[in-house]
Design a protein around this ligand. Sequence first.
Ligand code: SDX
Length: 425
Amino acid sequence: MSKTATIEIDGKRYEFPIIKGSENEEAIDIKKLRDLTGIITLDPGYKNSGSCTSKITFLDGELGILRYRGYSIEDLAEKADFLEVSFLLIFGELPTAEQLEQFEVDIRKYTLVNEEMKSIIDGFPRTAHPMGVLAALTSALTAFNPKSVNVDNDKEMYQAVCKTMGKFLVIATWTYRKSMGYPLNYYDNTKGYVENFMNLMFKLPTEPYKASPIVIDALDKLFILHADHEQNCSTSTVRMVGSSHAGLFASISAGVSALWGPLHGGANQAVLEMLEEIHKNGGDTDAYMAKAKDKEDPFRLMGFGHRVYKSFDPRAQIIKKAANEVLETLGVDDPILAIAKKLEAAALEDEYFKSRNLYPNVDFYSGIIYRALGIPTDMFTVMFAIGRLPGWIAQWKEMRENKEPIGRPRQIYTGAALRDFNKPE
Ligand code: SDX
């Protein structure tokens, strides 16, 4: 006998089924609520509302659990590489060695970006924020790949996946090259995906360039940690835009714009800017803790808190360990890392933060590693987007394969009642 929920309205009782997920999460299925009662629910920010069922990522905010297709983030970060995890998220199973090799070969077929895209990027001022340029260039890819993918055709869907993985990485690095006034680089099909990221970013035509294997390994792990996170703001945006049957590039472009916000993926840039400001002002972390707790002050401790994780963000734990290792290996003595640790220690002891379950999230330490790897601060959120791309693709593909209806939330109107049209005096 499955569980039900009963709602009583004006003396009348209505029963709704309670569904249970594979990890025992439960939800009241209210698909028929308005038809039966004429009443809707209201849940700004969807803190209590599920938008879909999904087989891709499971996270438990109380226990600090994160799994992609059933594999723990700890195992994947330690034992897999980014393209392997991308294949897992998108197609549901870890690839065999042969499938992984073929995946990389097939991505390479699409790493050449149409030369006319360069005239689009030339239209931006060098000072444009890379995330704005990336959102525009991603949407512009539709112009050069106008045929929308038939999601029911496995071959077409696979090609669209490889095309998106290949081209997005290149245009993401072009946003940096543009900001520096450097010539735009091409993907080198003789090198790996993450090594190509470093070449695309930093290789200059005037001298030889070889990315450090330590850096490539650290970035590969960081991309895995960012690859998916169930129905976060940007992923929900990708699913919402895709639900109108807008194309994959258009949906990803919308996800890039949602990720840009400082409350979401833009937090990694905001964290570094906050830590640098604290450092510049003498390292007085107590003063910034006080600002974060002052309701009159809009300042928030960036990199702290999470909509779902109310114990700890498992990614933050892994990244903090990697930050120590990378800085030690590279011989970087960054005073910003010391400030971050001092801030973390203070917040973990502070009643305001403890009572609100505010712990370091994925963005708190990632910027410190990016900085040590030579990534400029305004490219930090682009790094997040490169990591999150396979998750966006996987979620968009699942939504379309499940033939989900167009997303269209309701509202409660609180504005003016009907009134005659009289122009104001
Ligand atoms: C990401 O959803 C995802 O999965 C996202 C992400 C992913 O992988 O996709 O994990 C990536 O976006 C991580 C979050 C990055 N953002 C930041 O670090 C920005 C700083 N954090 C906050 O703005 C905030 O914590 C949010 C936006 C992350 C979560 O906000 P919630 O869950 O809506 O919490 P809230 O705004 O309702 O705050 C609850 C209380 C409030 O105080 P009271 O009104 O109860 O007195 O906690 C306070 C808030 O003022 N609070 C903070 C705070 N975060 C929440 N106070 C100071 N500093 C903070 N960072």
